[in-house]
Design a protein around this ligand. Sequence first.
Ligand code: PRT
Ligand code: ZN
Length: 293
Amino acid sequence: MPDRLRIAVQKKGRLADESFTLLKKCGLNFSVRGDGLLARVKNLPIDLLLVRDDDIPNFVASDASDFGLVGENVFAEEIMGVKAFDIKIVRRLGFSRCNLCLAAVENSAIKDPSDLNNKKIATSYPSILKTYLKNNNINATCVEMKGAVELAPRINIADAICDLVSSGATLEANGLKVFETILESEAVLVGSNRTLVANKQRVYERLLSRIDGVISSKDSKYIMLNAPEDQVDIITKLLPGSDAPTIIPLSADNNLVAMQAVCTENVFWETLEALKDKGARSILVLPIEKMMN
Ligand code: PRT
Ligand code: ZN
């Protein structure tokens, strides 16, 4: 269907659930069932291509898909490995965060990237690793592994590893310690430089504006409070990431005003305590479900 926008999404795995959640928050109505490769969005001309994450950059580059949701680590590996690959990051999505790190056995002689000269490093990310080594003038050998990279030092396949880390529990369980972060990764929306036909472009623009709305409302909160009129300026400065709040005089008491504001950063208990300290009362913090600027 050439007029339906195609988005490649990981079918199963660490990216899948949050990718589906993001698209559902954007109002896309679809269900993912069984072994199907395609999920049809019922209320918009969009098809989801359900695939393995490693295939997503290639599908976008080769026009099998218009866009894709993928880890920046996989995107970077493809971009650094293939020349003239027509694919770019359109948006950072803020989920599936992890770091691509260099690690070695705790108490080993390798404590710093410069200690890697003439050593072997096991990784599933050979292109990113080789680029890093070249840029840092390190002369090491890259040992490519498809998985279980953390076992490489123990079985003497390599002296160090270059692997993804999120909580760090896997490295710790294998007696390994991070000494350098090569790449900070999160899920990204990727697309190409190809021109879309007009109706696909319209659907894409609607989707992108909804994605922006979901991203900006994620950490945003609506805050409501009452405050003494002479404290308004001080209280405004305390509201995290908010522009000018709405101020409404309270007729019941001339010295009090009601203040309402959208805070685009997290509102912590410490913020509420500081607001209370400056005379704010009846403070309410509400989640924002949708936002469009
Ligand atoms: O089947 P398919 O090919 O689609 O999936 P996959 O098995 O190749 O990938 P998957 O689902 O494991 O990961 C998809 C994406 O999630 C990755 O490309 C990253 O962008 C992101 N991500 C986020 C992670 C992690 N966190 C992560 N922790 N990918 C892998 N890991 C590994 C890590 O390497 C370690 O071995 O999980 C293990 C546990 O991590 P710790 O540090 O929490 O112990
Ligand atoms: Zn994969």
